[in-house]
Ligand binder design. Structure first.
Ligand SMILES: [Zn+2]
Length: 110
């Protein structure tokens, strides 16, 4: 009778240990899954940020195609609204008539 009791106890203990292991592995796996999910979410966020930055850069370069630099004050101006003048073998752009005048004054003074 004592022998049967001992066997029963041992099997009970084995079952208990197996149950604990199963629960532990399940817990660890779920934690890992969560971690993996979080990292992919972070990756997605980073990718989105990169995409947005590229989009912004593209838009800026597209905008700069239409912009020219004022040769006097250095401001960026719309190509179609710029005062254009040919000077020293190149095309000069100015944001205003005043800038054009000032540029002319300075270049003449030199
Ligand atoms: Zn200007």
């Amino acid at each position: 009778m004592e022998f049967i009791n001992a066997v029963l106890r041992i099997t009970m203990i084995i079952f208990l240990i197996r149950a604990v292991i199963t629960i532990a592995t399940g817990f660890i796996m779920s934690r890992r899954m969560q971690k993996a999910q979080r990292s992919t979410e972070l990756m997605n966020e980073k990718m989105l940020q990169i995409k947005m930055m590229e989009q912004k850069r593209l838009e800026e370069s597209e905008l700069q195609k239409h912009l020219v630099k004022d040769d006097y004050c250095g401001r960026m101006i719309d190509r179609t609204k710029a005062f254009i003048m040919h000077c020293e073998g190149k095309t000069c752009h100015f944001c205003s008539w005043e800038c054009r005048e000032k540029y002319l004054e300075e270049t003449v003074a030199i």
